[in-house]
Design a binder for this molecule. Structure first.
Ligand SMILES: *Cc1c(COP(=O)(O)O)cnc(C)c1O
Length: 381
């Protein structure tokens, strides 16, 4: 019997590169030949194309997704001590930049099905010091933006969308109107980290907004607060999307919807395969958002997540836990306002979530193998 050698990865950037190699190599060679590594024409082109794709007026590239959040908060002129509400179940970057700017992060609970910020919990956390809400569009689907925008309007708050994981998703309003994720609030921020749905070949990020003044200010802050060369109107940062990354992204943007479709078909296959498995909750798809499956994250409800992971690993199947420790229990973010048990949903998610491999390059026999192994492992627990 011949042994099948499988190379299953959480994300397969190698195969994706091989598929797009001719176009990407040519785009990168153009930049290298021009030597315009900073602010080359490919940056403008990508910013314009992404703005068109998102149906928004302005896109401003920057160095990474974390910076994009920080620049958004700086451009909105949030002041030390002011409160910014965000989800307790998220990647650390969201809370990190709030704290770094000496703003007060206010964590609130998430919805147990969609894992995104709970609008009722936001409303309950608002104080006279609250200035902004940062919903995180976790794992590839939008937070409940319509409810969030209503709360923000009632309390005069900014909404900054952390769209690092859901670029390309559609938010669907109750009247059927659709907007691209990240374009509902005053400003959207995103990341082009290589493994994100629209990933570059290094670090990258961007902000988007429909507000002309805010766009100007964002551009200025991202470039040392400079209005004209060597004239500095604001304290800024050095945060640029370099031309090589923009050139890669401009190629990959054309395939973003195709990437999402490929990811969705993996998710559909897993959903179908895992139907009826006891103690497994497959991802719940919100009716207010399409899902671009940055992650395929299910819940293992009988406390055996870590054993399942080990057994998958032994069969050559990687899996990940996003995220194992909630923010309020992290050493850097401990705060007397929170007890270890302040966010029961988040705490339970941290114990139960498991993300399976999902990317744009799957062969059906590898998917069938993963599904069969996962089913047999979870059935025999
Ligand atoms: C990836 C990510 C970020 C940060 O992006 P970087 O480009 O890695 O700085 C922020 N928020 C969320 C939710 C993310 O997933």
């Amino acid at each position: 019997m011949t042994q099948v050698v499988r190379d299953i990865r959480m994300v397969d950037l190698k195969l994706q590169y091989q598929r797009l190699k001719v176009e990407i190599d040519a785009a990168m060679a153009d930049v290298i030949n021009s030597t315009q590594f900073i602010k080359g024409p490919q940056l403008k082109s990508f910013e314009n194309n992404l703005a068109k794709y998102l149906q928004t007026k302005h896109v401003i590239g920057c160095a990474n997704g974390t910076d994009s959040l920080q620049i958004a908060m700086m451009a909105l002129d949030l002041q030390p001590g002011e409160e910014v509400i965000t989800a307790s179940f998220t990647y650390v970057a969201t809370a990190e930049v709030i704290a770094l700017l000496k703003l007060q992060p206010v964590l609130v609970e998430v919805n147990p099905d969609t894992f995104t910020i709970d609008p009722d919990a936001i409303e309950a956390a608002i104080t006279p010091k609250t200035k902004a809400i940062v919903p995180v569009h976790l794992f590839g689907q939008c937070a409940d933006m319509e409810a969030i925008m209503k709360i923000a309007a009632r309390h005069n708050l900014y909404v900054i969308e952390d769209n690092a994981q859901a670029i390309g998703a559609d938010y669907v309003f109750t009247n059927g109107e659709k907007k691209k994720s990240g374009t509902v609030g005053i400003v959207g921020s995103t990341s082009f980290f290589p493994s994100k749905n629209l990933g570059c070949y290094g670090d990258g990020g961007a902000l988007n907004t429909n507000d002309d003044e805010l766009a100007k200010k964002i551009r200025m802050i991202a470039n040392h607060g400079q209005s004209v060369q060597y004239v500095h109107d604001e304290i800024g940062v050095n945060s640029r999307l370099d031309t090589l990354q923009a050139a890669v992204l401009d190629v990959k943007l054309k395939y973003l919807d195709d990437f999402a479709a490929r990811r969705r078909s993996v998710a559909d296959f897993y959903d179908e395969s895992f139907k009826g498995l006891e103690n497994v909750q497959t991802p719940v798809r919100a009716n207010f958002s399409s899902h671009v499956f940055h992650q395929y994250t299910l819940l293992l409800k009988n406390g055996n997540r870590d054993e399942v992971r080990k057994k998958l690993e032994a069969q050559g199947i990687p899996s990940m836990v996003y995220y194992p420790i909630p923010l309020h229990q992290q050493k850097a973010y401990r705060d007397e306002r929170y007890k270890d048990s302040s966010f029961p949903v988040t705490e339970q998610l941290c114990k139960q979530v498991l993300s399976l491999p999902i990317h744009t390059e799957f062969k059906s026999e590898d998917l069938e193998y993963i599904a069969a192994e996962f089913k047999s492992i979870t059935n025999n627990q």
